[in-house]
Design a protein around this ligand. Structure first.
Ligand code: KIV
Length: 289
């Protein structure tokens, strides 16, 4: 049985911290599910850490659906949230409904996430009215990176802080079941967390949030183009992968891989028959040339 949005909301009421991680493929999703992490976000960060784009902006809905399907196949208990990519919910309510539905109906996700506060509230309400759980996302919203002028801490002025508080309240009223707070000063994130009844999930938003989300490649140290300040590396996978690949390359070149352990034998008599001088099945190179 998968985690439900009611269980996630109850975790806030009980004061239980909520862990969320991104995943983009079957094998990683399986491990996260086995560990018992309640929420997986198939984030559009996949554009950078998996597809090698410079930002999340080029990511298409078809790319998102492809990876969401793989993550859903790898999970049994974890709730899978599909991240709606740039311009798939901005133009019209119809677009928002149709594209949110694709995550649920085609990819098998249980919820969607979209970026923005007051400006997307009506769309959030309409998607929720269709029976699709929505996670909000405010603060640093990477799909608006050109408008924001870079990956900067948000909500630092009194006006900007008040706007974020208002965004969070409006998302709650619109029916969002949780809100991601990205790159927001810790005291402001703590205030927002106290001001809404739905869980806040922080990334670069301090310890006062109800939960935390990280990009899996950042905490595993497998994405090395840059390491965000908010990320802690719990492993250095890039070093482990590099060492393993180097060793494989060395063994192939030295002729020490594969050994018998990685090879398959066959009945000697079949081989003898095949290589008999008169066998029609065998014509050695030397005779042909
Ligand atoms: O795309 C993503 O991975 C995200 C998280 C960083 C919240 O939006």
């Amino acid at each position: 049985m998968r985690i439900t949005i009611n269980q996630i909301k109850q975790m806030k009421q009980k004061g239980e911290k909520i862990t969320m991680l991104t995943a983009y493929d079957y094998s990683t999703a399986r491990i996260i599910d086995e560990v018992g992490i309640p929420l997986i976000l198939v984030g559009d960060s996949l554009g950078m850490v998996v597809l090698g784009y410079e930002s999340t902006i080029p990511v298409t809905i078809d790319e998102m659906l492809h990876h969401t399907k793989a993550v859903v196949r790898g999970t049994r208990q974890t709730m899978v949230i599909g991240d709606m990519p740039f311009m798939t919910y901005h133009v019209s309510i119809e677009d928002a409904l149709r594209n949110a539905a694709r995550f649920i109906q085609e990819a098998g996700a249980q919820a969607v996430k979209l970026e923005g506060g007051v400006t997307v509230a009506e769309k959030v309400r309409r998607v929720v009215d269709c029976g699709i759980p929505v996670m909000g996302h405010i603060g640093l919203t990477p799909q608006s990176i050109h408008q924001l002028g870079g990956y900067k801490v948000q909500g630092k002025t009194p006006e900007a802080a008040a706007r974020l508080l208002e965004d969070a309240r409006v998302l709650e009223q619109a029916g969002a079941f949780a809100i991601v707070l990205e790159t927001v000063p810790a005291p402001l994130a703590a205030l927002i967390t106290k001001s809404v009844s739905i869980p806040t999930i922080g990334i670069g938003a301090g310890i006062g949030c109800d939960g935390q989300v990280q990009v899996i490649n950042d905490i595993l140290g497998s994405f090395t183009d840059f390491v965000p300040r908010h990320a802690k590396q719990y492993a250095k996978l890039a070093d482990i992968i590099r060492a393993a690949i180097t060793e494989y390359d060395r063994e192939v070149k030295a002729g020490s891989f594969p050994t018998e352990e990685q090879s398959f034998s066959m009945d000697e008599s079949i081989l003898a028959k095949l290589t008999e001088a008169k066998s029609p099945l065998f014509s050695p190179q030397s005779k042909e040339s």
